[in-house]
Design a protein. Structure first.
Length: 557
């Protein structure tokens, strides 16, 4: 009897300690960024959502007309935009990667080995680094940490399957964690931690995919459920489906383990891994009694299957339904553990998605086109060789950009250089699928109105990173090295238009805002929520209709 009573007292004391610790958090913002979740796809699934997404939709402020205001929509630029409240022309993250003056590829999350070496599972480091060194301005993640004082410590965490999503969200001063496809563990770099944190080591021991023997993707609903009824019968892909096919880890030798982990990162279950890691990360942070916490949860698997199977596929749509379920579980966990915390949820995306062009062609939409990147480069190089006796002038073709060999370009006389650029530009303008082309300086100096589509291209320019020639394609056309797959870098609605919903329990009511807003407005909205400085280069106002909710909540407190 005494033993039972003693155990009860100990349990009660432990619960009270935990309660007091969690109570210390005054404000928590959880930003759910679903990679490649297009607005039009989200509209399709809305009636069939039953979990966290439904809760946010039913009780939140929905911005129906939210756009990224630049052309090169991709993961790195999207997360950098959400964090900094700026476009690539200011933050420097023009694409997921670009080429420097020596024609060397630079990834947007590239950091020095000395300062940002990435950790292996055993605590040693790889010979490459990842950090936010490529971002040229501060973000809301940085501002929240800069607002620290001896009486109020703030925390920022970003967790993702993709390194670039985690890094561009965390910025310089937050803490970023991502999935290592070589080992199947979550990791970070020396830019964020001197060593792998204990919570992460323990989490990997229990939860890393390698600890399980079998994976299998089962549809969330039955295949004939109306939740999939809008998927075309003539879906087009060259990739075999992995739905319903067991992946047995024992069938993979050590040398192929990275391939298994790459497949795992496409499964809906990889999103669950991110949510579970977020819980452990928050629990670990409680030891320091943070007052304000910003958590970025970046869900990558939708983008990975979206590229392969397209947005009109079972893989793409079913992933959303699984995320909906995982989000509900996470929101319940937050509700139970942060009962006295003012908590804001934001649901959004880093970019949208284009349909697979061959699928559109089957529907009779002949404007859609896949342009072979290798063939385009060959033809332009042959043209310049014939006209100017310069070989291989095109060094690289990136999304919406041509990079010329800078060493060869630098030794040309100004008149010859101008003629070469003009010849390439005019060649592009005459090709099927190309709508326009500009040299970097033409586009940079071109006066445009805000709603001119050329402004989207100007917002994607950054000197020293952008290619010498920028081009605009017709809708549903893209230049690619892949014979199948789809793309998402364009200035058009299907890639710039994304969901944006804010939900704060007890303080928001369902409202739909039709007024156009830009995704650069999320960062100043978060700054207002946390009562910290807006990122320094952000010139955009907070999102409309949300100020009243924040003021009301603060008055209530």
């Amino acid at each position: 009897m005494l033993k039972n009573r003693f155990g009860y007292y100990i349990s009660t004391i432990f619960i009270l300690i935990c309660y007091q610790t969690l109570k210390a958090v005054d404000e928590l913002a959880v930003i759910i960024v679903v990679d490649q979740l297009a607005h039009n796809a989200f509209q399709h699934v809305k009636p069939y959502l039953q979990g966290g997404m439904k809760t946010i939709l039913k009780n939140g402020i929905t911005y129906e007309n939210a756009h990224f205001p630049y052309a090169a929509t991709a993961t790195g630029p999207g997360h950098a935009c959400l964090n900094t409240g700026t476009t690539p022309k200011d933050n420097g993250i023009i694409k997921n990667s670009w080429f420097d003056k020596n024609n060397i590829k630079i990834d947007c999350e590239t950091g020095s080995v000395e300062n940002a070496a990435v950790f292996k599972a055993d605590g040693t480091c790889y010979d490459f680094g990842k950090s936010a060194a490529q971002i040229k301005v501060d973000g809301i993640s940085d501002q929240l940490i800069l607002a620290n004082n001896p009486n109020a410590q703030n925390k920022v965490f970003s967790i993702s399957i993709k390194a670039r999503a985690a890094v561009c969200s965390a910025g310089e001063l937050g803490k970023a964690f991502w999935f290592d496809e070589k080992t199947g563990n979550l990791t970070t770099s020396k830019a964020y931690h001197a060593a792998l944190p204990n919570w992460l080591i323990n989490f990997n021991k229990k939860n890393a995919p390698g600890k399980k023997n079998r994976f299998e993707w089962q549809l969330h609903y039955e295949k004939n459920n109306p939740a999939y009824s809008f998927i075309p019968a003539n879906s087009y892909t060259q990739f075999p489906s992995i739905i319903g096919k067991p992946l047995d880890i024992n069938t993979f030798s050590t040398m192929y383990s990275s391939e298994l982990y790459a497949i795992y990162s496409r499964l809906p279950e990889s999103n669950k891994l991110v949510f579970e890691a977020a819980k452990e990360c928050l629990l670990d942070a409680q030891a320091e009694n943070p007052k304000k916490v910003l958590l970025w949860i970046c869900l990558s698997s939708l983008d990975k299957v979206g590229h392969m199977y397209g947005p009109n596929s079972f893989e793409y749509i079913d992933t959303i339904y699984h995320i909906d379920t995982y989000l509900q579980d996470f929101m319940e966990w937050i509700k139970n553990n942060y009962t006295n915390t003012k908590t804001l949820f934001a649901l959004t995306a880093d970019h949208g998605s284009a349909p697979i062009p061959e699928q559109l062609q089957q529907e009779g939409f002949n404007l859609a086109r896949r342009i072979d990147q290798k063939e385009l480069r060959k033809k332009i190089n042959n043209l310049i060789q014939e006209k100017h006796s310069i070989s291989d002038i095109i060094a690289h073709i990136n999304t919406l950009s041509l990079y010329l060999d800078k060493k060869k370009l630098s030794i040309l006389e100004p008149k010859v250089k101008t003629k070469v650029l003009a010849d390439i530009k005019h060649y592009l303008q005459k090709q099927p699928g190309f709508k326009n082309a500009w040299t970097f300086h033409e586009l940079e100096n071109c006066p445009v109105q805000k709603h001119d589509i050329r402004n989207y291209f100007k917002n994607s320019l950054f000197a020293g990173r952008s290619g010498e020639i920028q081009y605009q394609l017709d809708p549903y056309c893209f230049v690619t090295k892949h014979p199948s797959r789809t793309c998402h870098s364009s200035p058009y609605d299907y890639t710039t238009h994304v969901p944006l919903i804010l939900y704060q329990s007890d303080f928001t009511q369902q409202r739909i805002i039709e007024k156009p807003v830009e995704m650069t407005q999320l960062a100043p909205t978060l700054a207002r929520f946390f009562s910290v400085n807006t990122p320094s280069a952000c010139l955009y106002p907070p999102l409309p209709e949300f100020k009243r909710c924040i003021d009301t909540s603060q008055a209530t407190r």
